[in-house]
Design a protein around this ligand. Sequence first.
Ligand code: NDP
Length: 279
Amino acid sequence: MAKLLEGKPIAERTKEDIKQQVASLGRPVVLASVQVGENAGAEAYARSQKKVAEALGIEYRFQKLPQDTAEEALIAFIEELNSDKSVNGMIIQMPLPAHIDYKKISQFILPQKDAEGMHPANIGKIVFGRAVILPCTAAAVMELLKEAGIDLYGKEVVVVGHSEIVGKPLALLLLEKFATATVCHIGTSKAGKLEEHVRAAEILIVAVGKAGLIKGEWIKEGAIVIDVGINRVADKIVGDVEFEAAEKRASMITPVPGGVGPLTVTMLMRNVVAAAKLG
Ligand code: NDP
């Protein structure tokens, strides 16, 4: 039976470290959070970020703009935050209204204030091994692997999902550690090759958002399984991997919820502190 890789104890230790860093900076650390329009999910996420931030001594400055805010007006607001010296980092809450293009507006955030680590300049720095601010979920996965004492050097690591926030930056971070990283995506599935890649994985990381996509019987004996997926199925939260069958074959596996999730918001706060040190 696999050992559970729980994110919470790692998140608690990391938060303690962040709290000390904030205190030793000796000046206020401020995270600005911007939501456009009404969205209960985004608001709940912002509330939980606020709670974590404040527990670490970070001021969380939340601003809600009207639903009909024009793209240009949001860009102007971002630029105000860029030039506000009291703001160290900013986050734009998702989802945005349909008339706003996140990829466009996020490029206006100063890279050194990009708390989510999604500015092209920050993504680009990963390629050069010089990243200071990292995409939060990808960083959370790397932190989990590091804290579990997993040596990535030369390992067959398969990432399923190639989104900009998880799969793609994760592949770059894994290469940085000399893992042999394979990235699977919808094309892999459509070509009927997903199972074959998953079966070869010594470390499997799944970030798709489809419950039961990865069959437990595909898991290599002794593999390490990191399930990033979050899916609501019959009032329960489950990942993308068939947990019960997978835990019989894996040596370590993340629970969902309670695996990567608790670390993601912690990585956001770590980015804010890194940003404060840059500023
Ligand atoms: P996206 O929808 O942006 O990306 C999903 C990825 O999976 C895409 O690359 C998509 O490919 C690929 N994909 C879709 N279907 C298949 C398939 N059948 N086989 C292989 N690949 C497939 O999602 P995110 O990356 O934003 O999130 C992924 C999951 O992780 C979600 O469940 C989300 O809720 C969760 N998540 C969890 C976080 C946490 O803190 N634990 C944080 C962020 C996300 P294509 O685009 O080409 O179709």
